[in-house]
Design a protein around this ligand. Sequence first.
Ligand SMILES: NC(=O)c1ccc[n+]([C@@H]2O[C@H](COP(=O)([O-])OP(=O)(O)OC[C@H]3O[C@@H](n4cnc5c(N)ncnc54)[C@H](OP(=O)(O)O)[C@@H]3O)[C@@H](O)[C@H]2O)c1
Length: 316
Amino acid sequence: MSVLITGATGLIGQAITQKLREQNIAVHYLTTRKGKIKKEEGFKGFHWDPKKGEIDMHCFEGVTAVINLAGSSISQRWTKSNKKKILRSRLDSLQTLRKGIENLKVSSIKSFVSASAIGIYPNSLDRYYTEDVTDVDSSFLGEVVSKWEEEISLFNNLKFSVAAIRIGLVLSQEGGALPAMAKPIKYYVGAAFGSGEQWQSWIHIEDLARQFLFVIDQELQGVFNGVAPNPVTNTKLTKEIAVVLNRPLILPNVPRGVMQLVLGDMSYVLFASQRVSSKKIEEEGFEFYHKNICNALESIFHTAQEPSDAILKEFV
Ligand SMILES: NC(=O)c1ccc[n+]([C@@H]2O[C@H](COP(=O)([O-])OP(=O)(O)OC[C@H]3O[C@@H](n4cnc5c(N)ncnc54)[C@H](OP(=O)(O)O)[C@@H]3O)[C@@H](O)[C@H]2O)c1
């Protein structure tokens, strides 16, 4: 087995790369940054420029599975030009990858899986989302994810299994939302957002990396939620982070208007509520290591960091 990853230098890509390398599975990765290219035994970087549709075709040599994670971060101000970049980067990456694969004379690819996001599900305090729900959130995020999945579905015309993982709130100490939530709590100024009742369908980064590998290994087809079995409210998540960090929560909840002033329209992600089911992937035989939030946070904050530090060095 040999795996090609796009967006491998990012938070999730590094965790997946680490798992693959632990299992001695060769990794090829595509990066937009020439400075991040390494050529080592079993770990090779290749350059691409999805905006221009350019890709180093050597990246596909011997590859049996492709994992697509590339996309400009949604955690930036949602200005008109950034919104365009957030959407186009995802569509351009998939189009460049698909055209590259279509141009291969010989392909060894057996499975393809792309990142997607639970932001596609309509904001709701009451609904419980399984993958067969077809309603799309009316926000910018809903629009991005539904166009992203439309582009992913074009891979179905190729001769391998195609899957999308609708990723929830990824919990990791290395980046993403958790360090940003933990920092104010650490300094005694943390609080829940808005009513605090909004559902946060989280997943421990280790389980998410394992889920990606499970999907390619089993050559699964279709859409799968990438969330742990027990979503929590924002209040519960905030309280549990405070417990693990051994800090009190003193302040009242942060009003929506304040976050709108600080972050602009991007603050939407802090208040959106999606309670999402993990049942489908579990029915395929996937087992979560981190099923409840207390256990997940304990493992993130109170576990030695050597493995992740090691993988961060891969890309330095
Ligand atoms: N983290 C989460 O909580 C979460 C939740 C839901 C969905 N997701 C999705 O999962 C994917 C991976 O997430 P992540 O947290 O690992 O993201 P990340 O840390 O921001 O990494 C994304 C990677 O995408 C590549 N990239 C950035 N801008 C690009 C562009 N304009 N064109 C092509 N590639 C570009 C970068 O790789 P190079 O610089 O090497 O090219 C970057 O390392 C993303 O698509 C994200 O939207 C993440």
